[in-house]
Write a protein that binds this ligand. Sequence first.
Ligand SMILES: [Zn+2]
Length: 297
Amino acid sequence: MGDAAQGRLFDDIVGRFPAIKVREFLLAAAGRKTARTEVSERKIHAFVDLMERHGLRLAIHDRKYVHAPDAAKGGWANQYGLELPIESPHDGFLMVYLAANPEDALAAMRAEHAQQDDEFGGLLGIPRCCRQSYIERIQVAAARQNDYLPLVLNGTSAAQPYPYLNNIGVQYFDYCLLSFYPCVFTCPESARVAWESYEYLATISRDWANKFLARHRSAILYTEYEGVYLLENGVFRDGWVHYEREHVKGTLNGLLFQLLGEGDRLQVVDSHQAVIARGSRVVQELRMPDLCVMVFA
Ligand SMILES: [Zn+2]
C-alpha cells in the first residue's frame, strides 16, 4: 500500500471508528498483521464496501454474537457473549477478519474457530511469549470476567514503574497501541510491537499517533467491578503519582471517581494498595479486593 493510499484510508476512517479500530485497520491494510473486529449485522454491507474500496481483504465467520460487556468497564467486553446461528432473527455482531491478502484473513478465521490459539495469535502479530502466557491463563481468566490484566500484574515481579509501551490498561480508554495482553508488564517483545505500531502510525499522522503515547504514560487504577481509572500525565516520584483532577478518566462515574477528583496525588503502597491524598491530607485509603495499581513511565 502506497503512502497516498494509506492517507486516503486514514482520512476515510479516522473519527468514524474508535482509535484502536483505526489502528487495526491501518496495520492490516499495510500487511503488518491480520486484524479481527466485530461489526453489527446492520452495518456489515457498508463496512465491507468501505474496507474493500481501500484494498483490504475480509473473511466473515458464519455465526453471530450478542455482547455481554464487562461490568463497569465503559462497554469494554472481554467475553464473546451468546453465540447465535447466522439465520437467527435476533440482531448480533459478526466477527470479521481483515488482512492485506485473502489467505491471511481466512487462515485467522479458521484458526480462531478451530481453537488454534497459538496460530491465531501468530497471525494477529502477538509475540510468542505473550501468546503462551495467554493460553496458560485462559481457565483462570474465565472464572471471572475474562480480563487478563490482574493476571499480568500478578505475573510481573519487577518493581514499578513499568515500561509505558506495555500499558494495556489504556485499552478501556481507547488510544492503546497494544491489541493483546503482554505476558508481563516488562515484556520487551510486546513493547517492541507497540513501538513498531506507533512508528508506522506516525508515518500517516504524527499528531494522531502521539495521542497514543500520551495516553500510555498514565497510571492505571483497576478494579474488577468498580470501574477502571486513568491518571493521564501523572508524574511518578518517590512512590507517589502527582496528577491533576482534570486528567482523571474513569469507566464509571461513581464514588471512586469522586474520591480521585478530591485528591491530587496517589501513593502506590504496592500493586494492590494505594492512598488518595490532597497535599498532606489523606482523602481515602484504598484496600479493596481486586484493586490493581500500575504506574508506567
Ligand atoms: Zn511477552
